[in-house]
Design a binder for this molecule. Structure first.
Ligand code: 1PW
Length: 214
């Protein structure tokens, strides 16, 4: 397939997540959002049925981009600086959404939870048997992670979307990384970076008791 400027490749997503980690093991916000934008393109390439899933991710990305384009942009350079800034200035609703319904902390937490799903899904894809059903890998990983935070109506809609996923080999081809073997090798290279970004964020949020933000 010819390489086009707007063609999706999962490689870009993984490169972006690799670029998230600073030398001090902080998570940079801009590449995090770039990674997510790539994922949204990927979700959209899976068909219209996935657009309800990507739509919410787009809203969340835009909220955080808004902070990165505001006067306080420097405070939102890394997830660590964002948490520090918002908490010390009382900009996070801790018990109930009220004055700060769209804080960076609560918005990023939603993406963070979804990243866990992605991580489990890609791991499942990489380690599954050749004839494994993508829909099953996807729903298993979803049920083990993000589903716990979703009401049943969303869970139901997600399950319907998963049935529409193509078989594993077609799916790996859709990632536009090359042969199935190349796609698998890339997943193997890149997954540790996604895991690391996830872990650092999880630890930071746990440390500040932010994992249940409303
Ligand atoms: C093929 C595997 C791809 C994994 C990509 C993950 C995309 C995740 C987006 C799921 C969105 C489902 C519909 C929206 C639900 C929102 O209510 C929920 N958002 C998320 C990201 O979970 C919670 O946000 P809210 O309602 O508290 O603002």
């Amino acid at each position: 397939m010819a390489e086009g400027a707007d063609m999706f490749s999962l490689r870009e997503v993984l490169v972006a997540f690799k670029g998230c980690l600073s030398e001090q093991q902080e998570v940079r916000v801009d590449p995090y959002l770039e990674g997510w934008k790539g994922l949204v393109r990927f979700l959209n390439s899976l068909g219209a049925i996935f657009s309800f899933i990507s739509k919410d991710a787009v809203t969340k990305i835009q909220i955080i981009e808004g902070y990165r384009n505001s006067d306080q942009r420097e405070k939102y350079l890394t997830i660590q600086s964002m948490v520090e800034y918002e908490l010390s200035n009382g900009l996070v609703d801790l018990d109930k959404r009220s004055e700060h319904p769209d804080s960076g902390c609560r918005t990023l937490l939603r993406l963070h939870r979804a990243l866990h799903w992605l991580q489990l899904f890609l791991e499942g894809l990489r380690t599954a048997k050749e004839d494994a059903k993508t829909s099953v890998i996807c729903s298993d990983s979803y049920n083990a992670s993000l589903a716990n935070y979703h009401p049943w109506i969303i869970r139901k809609a997600a399950m319907v979307a998963f049935y529409a996923l193509p078989p594993r080999n077609t799916f790996l081809e859709n990632m536009n990384v090359g042969t199935t073997e190349e796609a698998m090798a890339m997943l193997g290279d890149a997954l540790p970076f996604i895991c690391k970004v996830y872990e650092i964020t999880e630890d930071l949020y746990a440390q500040h008791k932010l994992l249940g933000l409303p």
